[in-house]
Design a protein around this ligand. Structure first.
Ligand SMILES: *[C@@H]1O[C@H](CO)[C@@H](O)[C@H](O)[C@H]1NC(C)=O
Ligand SMILES: *[C@@H]1O[C@H](CO)[C@@H](O)[C@H](O)[C@H]1NC(C)=O
Ligand SMILES: *[C@@H]1O[C@H](CO)[C@@H](O)[C@H](O)[C@H]1NC(C)=O
Ligand SMILES: *[C@@H]1O[C@H](CO)[C@@H](O)[C@H](O)[C@H]1NC(C)=O
Ligand SMILES: *[C@@H]1O[C@H](CO)[C@@H](O)[C@H](O)[C@H]1NC(C)=O
Ligand SMILES: *[C@@H]1O[C@H](CO)[C@@H](O)[C@H](O)[C@H]1NC(C)=O
Length: 184
């Protein structure tokens, strides 16, 4: 009995150590490795903060991990001919793990901002999922925080590259509000 208790305590730290979650913030990156999320093309994504002037949206920092987000709009026919809007936009990051949870804010409004969601997810260069959702409310800002847009529990434990793509060639206007990525 005593022996069983002792061996349980002995193994407990190892069990916990293998299940540690690491949160990669959209702006501060991976606190364990220092790895940052790479946003392309240059200038297409905004560093969302409470005081951000160029941001597409103004979100509630208290509902965001580290109070920050990254926003981008894919627009196949931008009214100001801004070519970076009509290019496919990506956010990508490398992590060592076996599970992944990607959190975004979803805008349900159809204008100011147009909250259409059209995301494609890649692991190690392969398409592994999509998240598409048309707006459901009118012009009132209507945000849903901490939405897991992509979850994967079944990766071999190893170094992987994740990428989120906003919009697709031939697709509609699409908004992404990226908050954080957790890996295990
Ligand atoms: C890791 O995070 C996910 C998503 O939030 C959660 O479901 C899971 O229970 C967490 N695991 C640990 C070990 O904290
Ligand atoms: C966002 O912050 C990064 C790192 O500080 C900087 O390199 C980049 O230019 C910023 N982007 C914008 C749109 O301000
Ligand atoms: C981000 O939030 C986590 C958890 O609340 C905290 O430990 C960390 O210090 C924060 N990082 C920054 C740069 O604010
Ligand atoms: C965008 O391009 C079209 C066609 O080239 C042109 O007619 C229009 O004036 C341009 N608009 C702006 C805002 O530059
Ligand atoms: C990934 O993490 C595991 C243990 O968690 C470690 O054994 C392995 O060397 C790491 N791989 C890389 C490429 O860092
Ligand atoms: C999880 O990632 C692996 C690649 O490591 C992929 O084969 C699998 O389809 C993904 N599963 C989900 C649910 O996306």
């Amino acid at each position: 009995m005593l022996l069983a208790g002792v061996s349980f305590l002995f193994f407990l730290p190892f069990v916990l150590a293998s299940l540690v979650n690491v949160t990669i913030d959209d702006q501060f990156g991976d606190p364990q490795t220092g790895t940052q999320i790479v946003y392309l093309p240059p200038g297409a994504w905004n560093n969302g903060t409470k005081s951000c002037l160029g941001c597409i949206t103004h979100l509630d920092p208290s509902q965001l991990y580290n109070g920050t987000w990254h926003d981008s709009i894919f627009d196949p026919q931008p009214s100001n001919n801004d070519s970076k809007l009509s290019q496919i936009q990506t956010a990508s990051v490398t992590f060592n793990g076996s599970a992944l949870f990607v959190y975004c804010v979803i805008a349900h409004s159809s204008s100011s901002p147009d909250g259409n969601s059209d995301m494609t997810f890649f692991i190690d260069g392969e398409v592994v999922g999509t998240f598409s959702q048309p707006p459901s409310t009118g012009s009132q800002p209507d945000y849903q925080y901490h939405v897991p847009v992509y979850v994967n529990h079944s990766m071999p434990a190893a170094l992987h590259t994740f990428a989120l793509q906003n919009g697709h060639i031939g697709g509609q206007e699409s908004l992404v509000l990226l908050d954080s990525i957790i890996y295990t």
